[in-house]
Design a binder for this molecule. Structure first.
Ligand code: HEC
Length: 220
């Protein structure tokens, strides 16, 4: 093999991987168009647009600054690549009291409106794609159990202040964010923004069937 063949082979190998893994996905997801519901499949018309509320940009910045993405993913993988769908509350709920089975995989459209999709680096802690929904459910359960109103935001605040405060979480490796609270324990602006961002995390609204996120038969 002469040097020209060698160089050509090397360049071809690396550039084809770069094309397929970087360039093609980049152009495919760069400008996402809204997807329309199909009446026959979805039993409704109109377009799908992910629902999100509140000032999430500031919260997303606090999330990034504190490296939450290093241990927490925001990606419910397709069933062929993992069992995320079947983990309690990660992908939605199998039996939501109002909406039935809400579990689904994450799709590219879910990150619409976010300047950076924080899909995460590792999974040391639970996936947070649906942490907002999960905390709401937990608050409802606790309210019923303790006979006093528990707010989902307070659950997150308590967690941020000291993830190891409760006996059942004493071995948690989630770092404390006590520096986001003042001396008397009240949340600073950053904590409020971060909790707002976490509460906005719910990627469980029904998407058009044409996106085929989780065929009903596969999740039963
Ligand atoms: C060193 C890895 C690590 C980092 C960094 C980290 N976490 Fe965690 N986190 C964990 C682990 C492990 C758990 C599971 C144990 C627990 O519930 O405390 C967890 C749990 C959580 C939970 C509870 C989720 C649930 O469904 O019960 C929330 C909310 C959370 N983390 C938010 C954050 C936020 C916000 C940040 C950034 C400020 C952060 N974490 C940074 C490891 C981490």
């Amino acid at each position: 093999m002469n040097i020209r063949t060698f160089l050509f082979g090397m360049i071809a190998t690396f550039s084809s991987a770069w094309l397929l893994a970087i360039v093609v996905p980049y152009y495919k997801t760069r400008e996402l168009k809204p997807v329309a519901y199909e009446e026959a499949l979805d039993e409704k018309t109109g377009i799908y647009f992910p629902k999100r509320a509140g000032a999430i940009e500031t919260g997303a910045k606090v999330y990034a600054q504190n490296g939450c993405y290093v241990c927490h993913s925001q990606l419910v993988r397709p069933t062929y690549a993992g069992n995320d769908i079947h983990r309690d509350g990660w992908a939605g709920f199998k039996q939501d009291p109002d909406r039935g089975d809400t579990r689904r995989e994450t799709i590219a459209l879910d990150y619409l409106g976010e300047s950076f999709a924080q899909i995460g680096v590792m999974r040391i802690g639970p996936d947070l794609s649906n942490v907002g929904t999960r905390m709401r459910r937990k608050a409802v359960d606790l309210t019923a159990k303790m006979n006093e109103t528990v707010r989902p935001e307070s659950l997150l605040m308590e967690h941020l202040k000291n993830p190891r405060a409760k006996v059942e979480n004493r071995a948690s490796t989630c770092p404390s964010s006590a520096f986001l609270f003042d001396d008397s324990g009240n949340p600073k602006g950053e904590a409020v923004a971060l909790v707002g961002y976490l509460m906005s995390m719910k990627k469980d609204d029904a998407v058009p069937a044409s996106l085929n996120y989780a065929p009903k038969s596969a999740t039963k």
